[in-house]
Design a protein. Structure first.
Length: 150
């Protein structure tokens, strides 16, 4: 396993902050009040986590598309097709109430990890990619659990 580049790790962890903030604002009323007063109601609890989660799934579709550009022929075509799944998943599956939406987001991020593995196994992702993705996916799933568990 390769060492994760420092900048990729820092930026990846920074990308988890909205998930952590959302979970923390659900668990601590003073933080929810501060967030609502300072940033508005869209930036607390499940509202923040669910909308941001769909954005990140879409972003990750773009990352996977970039990996697919490194392949040729049929492998590239499969890679392009697979790369759109996270964005479509977020768009189609994340709706309804917060509990079902968070469960679908968790499934989307776990599925994304499988797609990450697919691209890594084909040498299309950097050698350190899976180490980073396991850390980030684990953190995201942990922060979404309070919503999923109701």
């Amino acid at each position: 396993m390769q060492i994760i580049p420092r900048s990729a790790l820092i930026l990846g962890l920074a990308g988890v902050i909205p998930f952590v903030w959302g979970a923390a604002s659900m668990l601590f009323d003073p933080l929810a009040a501060f967030s609502t007063a300072t940033f508005g109601p869209r930036f607390i609890g499940p509202y923040l986590q669910l909308s941001y989660g769909v954005v990140i799934l879409s972003f990750m579709s773009g990352v996977l598309w970039g990996f697919a550009t490194r392949a040729d022929g049929g492998e590239a075509a499969v890679g392009y097709a697979l790369s759109v799944i996270p964005a479509l998943w977020g768009w189609i599956m994340v709706g309804g109430g917060p509990t079902s939406a968070s469960i679908h987001l968790i499934a989307g991020f776990v599925g994304l990890l499988g797609l990450d593995w697919h691209f890594a196994q084909r040498g299309l992702a950097p050698p350190w990619w899976m180490a980073l993705r396991v850390i980030l996916t684990g953190l995201v799933v942990l922060t979404l659990l309070p919503i999923a568990l109701g």
